[in-house]
Ligand binder design. Structure first.
Ligand code: IVH
Length: 707
């Protein structure tokens, strides 16, 4: 099967869509086999490979990411790369309740199990259910010796180095039992999540859909240095193996964990019975929007630990606890209008303007309507979406918030459709500039073909140009360029560099503009001057060419070295038979989609002229080319596998490539060297079989020392 697969970089958008669907199906089947039927059909390595392939395709075509994307699924087998840890005491999940009545039944069934009458006292604890990921911390003689994720409950991933970077996790405990496994939830606060996403976006790096994903993605980093920079927190709420009991009651044990130095949730309370529990649930629900972190329900636990041990466990859940989930954050409201926003690359995005409505404590008045097909209720092939219901202005629509992302429209109520509501006609012309808006085959997105004559594209391009990972000019952010654009002072990037000549003196001075003074104007001119010298990679990224993100831009820079070499290569790559084209798509990490996009942009007269005007004002710094002289790995094919401790995968790859090596993801007869860290597995076996030279990470550093 693997032999027939097309390399990710060579996939067309249409192929990618089909492939993502295939992977979603395969992985879902494998998941079911693994989790519910307890009979894995797919070897772990193959599972991991398919999952990685899925993630790579999603990274290349973010717009194609499916609603049921395998990358969003939890409870997957442990990923390759972390060592596995077998939990001494299984990590359980919780059964769910949705209605108040379920809580009364829960209390009843426990009483029956324990043989208690309705009059016997039976207390519970009630605490928020934190929306993060669970972690088990093992302390031996008061020292943190291991941290593991839940994984499938029996076996998790060893993330000790990562856990040590979290402030809420103590390195040592005093007065703890000899063996103590503390369990709890790793999570990220709303404020830290927003901050992280902003930093990620500025770097052109992946942003996260919600705090839970951000927390999971941050904890499960192969390089603990990355985790260190991520603001993770931890609430302790449970325990695994213990050499001595913590207390007689759940509330007492939580108190003890707090005394040992753990954060425990301040909304944890002891309740006397269902009425009390439901009252506390309501109170937590009311505070939900202002807690500053995501919770998705309330967990009740039998307080008496003697009762807990009598009650015990079902196959995956304790009998003595239950999660009372909050209803999904959904609300119905009226769709007042549909607006079309035009992005940097010309994509027309439909935005629902709604009668303001509160969804989970937040007032929502805009939501995304995804794309043209979503509104029509059918995809490009006419297959129905949401039962084939179209959405019309005036309709009652259901909106929801998934984590902290932009709200989405989820459904429409046809019974409430006003008479005379007309099907929505998606514009075929760009609403900003009137150019034709075109939909290419296999693309759900319609795009304005106006290029730079489109004011929306021009402004978005300017915002991108000044963003942090691009020119990053102090004092010239998105707001300022937009104002300058509207006033006609800056129409394109080149204009930034002539601003001083045009508005630095004379009648129309910058310092006389509202919001600017002598000093701030001077600071801006200085900041602009500072960026007249720019690294090649940054320049390429800042042009805002579709599919050319930071990583691709740097690859191009390293391959071509200078602006002149780069631009002449792209011009020459116009000929698909020519050497330049082959050279371009021959760069590791550059596929035909990127290549076509570059060639296309450079061939557009207006866009090209604008780029030339810009470059005329700049001194472009040469990029460091891969050094091959004196390099022990020049021209060799190297594979990295297992856990690397002294560098990230990305670093390892970059370093090897800068030394002229080719880095491959799989071992074959062409492999010259395998660098294997702990947990290497099948690649190491294969390399050994093929007689490939194998070294460890330290060996690698020794090899490239001084190169
Ligand atoms: S107790 C044996 N308490 O919810 C009992 N779990 O859906 C183990 N969770 O895997 C869980 N907040 O990751 C417990 N206050 C809380 C929790 C909590 C969040 C998570 C935990 C668990 C999942 C089950």
């Amino acid at each position: 099967m693997a032999e027939q697969e097309i390399a990710v970089k060579d996939l067309s958008e249409a192929d990618a869509r089909v492939e993502l669907e295939r992977l979603a199906t395969l992985l879902a089947e494998a998941n079911t086999a693994y989790h519910t039927e307890d009979a894995p059909e797919m070897p772990d390595a193959e599972y991991d490979r398919l999952k990685r392939r899925n993630a790579e395709i999603e990274a290349r075509f973010p717009a194609l990411k499916r609603a049921d994307s395998p990358s969003e699924q939890v409870g997957a087998p442990v990923a390759d790369g972390f060592a596995k840890v077998r939990h001494e005491v299984r990590m359980m999940s919780l059964s769910n309740a949705f209605e108040d009545d379920d809580i009364t039944s829960f209390d009843q069934s426990i009483r029956r199990y324990l043989g208690l009458s309705d009059r016997d006292p039976l207390a519970y604890t009630a605490e928020p259910k934190i929306d993060g990921l669970s972690l088990s911390l093992r302390y031996e003689n008061g020292k943190l010796v291991q941290a593991a994720t839940r994984g499938d409950g029996a076996t998790g991933e060893n993330v000790t180095a990562n856990a040590r970077t979290i402030d809420d996790i103590p390195e040592t405990l005093s007065g703890a039992p000899e063996v103590l496994e503390v369990r709890g939830e790793v999570y990220m606060s709303h404020a830290d999540f927003a901050d992280l996403n902003e930093r990620q976006a500025a770097k052109g790096a992946k942003t996260f859909a919600n705090p839970r994903n951000a927390a999971a993605g941050s904890l499960r980093q192969l390089d603990a240095n990355i985790t260190k920079d991520r603001p993770l927190r931890f609430f302790a709420y449970s325990w695994g193996a213990l050499s001595a009991p913590l207390a007689d009651t759940q509330i007492g044990a939580i108190q003890r964990l707090q005394e040992l130095g753990f954060q425990t949730n301040p909304l944890t309370e002891r309740c006397d019975g269902p009425a009390d529990m439901i009252a506390h649930y309501k109170s937590i629900e009311e505070q939900r929007a202002t807690l500053g972190y995501d919770i998705d329900g309330v967990v009740y636990k039998v307080d008496d630990l003697g009762y807990q041990s009598r009650l015990g466990f079902r196959s995956t859940t304790p009998r003595w606890a239950i999660a009372h989930k909050f209803p999904a954050e959904l609300a119905w409201t009226r769709l007042e209008a549909i607006d079309i926003q035009v992005g940097r690359t010309g994509a027309l995005s439909p935005v629902a303007r709604l009668t303001p409505v509160t969804v989970g404590g937040v007032v929502v008045s805009n939501a995304t309507l995804h794309n043209e097909d979503y509104i029509a209720g059918r995809d490009a092939n006419g297959a129905p979406i949401r039962g084939g219901k179209d959405i019309r202005v005036g309709d009652w629509v259901q909106v929801y918030r998934a984590g902290d992302v932009i709200p989405k429209v989820a459904d429409v109520d046809l019974d409430k459709r006003p008479d005379g509501a007309q099907p929505y006609e998606f514009p075929k012309l760009c609403p900003e500039c009137g150019s034709e808006a075109i939909r290419e085959e296999g693309d759900a997105v319609r795009r304005c073909s106006g290029g730079l004559i489109c004011p929306a594209q021009a402004v978005e391009k300017l915002k991108h140009f000044v963003s942090r990972a691009a020119f990053d000019i102090e004092g010239l952010g998105a707001k300022q360029v937009e104002q300058f654009y509207n006033d006609g002072w800056i129409k394109e990037p080149a204009d930034i560099f002539t601003l001083k000549d045009r508005y630095g003196s004379g009648l129309q001075q910058l310092k006389n503009r509202e919001g600017w003074g002598e000093k701030s104007a001077q600071n801006l001119f200085d900041a602009i001057d500072e960026k007249r010298t720019i690294p090649l990679g940054r320049l390429i990224f800042s042009l805002g060419i579709r599919h050319v993100g930071e990583v691709v831009a740097n690859l191009l820079a390293r391959s071509y070295g200078t602006w002149d070499a780069f631009q002449s290569a792209i011009d020459a790559a116009h000929d698909p038979e020519g050497e330049a084209w082959v050279g371009l798509i021959g760069i590791d990490g550059i596929g035909t989609v990127v290549a076509n996009s570059l060639v296309h942009s450079f061939a557009q007269e207006a866009e090209r002229a604008s780029i030339d005007r810009l470059v005329a004002h700049l001194t472009v710094q040469e990029a460091e080319r891969p050094r091959t002289e004196g390099s022990p790995v020049a021209g060799k094919t190297v594979v990295f596998t297992g856990t690397l401790e002294r560098m990230t995968r990305a670093e390892a790859k970059a370093r090897a490539e800068s030394l002229g090596a080719k880095v491959s993801g799989s071992v074959s007869a062409k492999t010259d060297l395998l660098v294997a860290g702990p947990g290497a597995g099948s690649k190491e076996t294969k390399a050994r079989d093929l007689g490939v030279e194998i070294i460890d990470e330290d060996g690698w550093f020794k090899l490239i020392e001084g190169a």
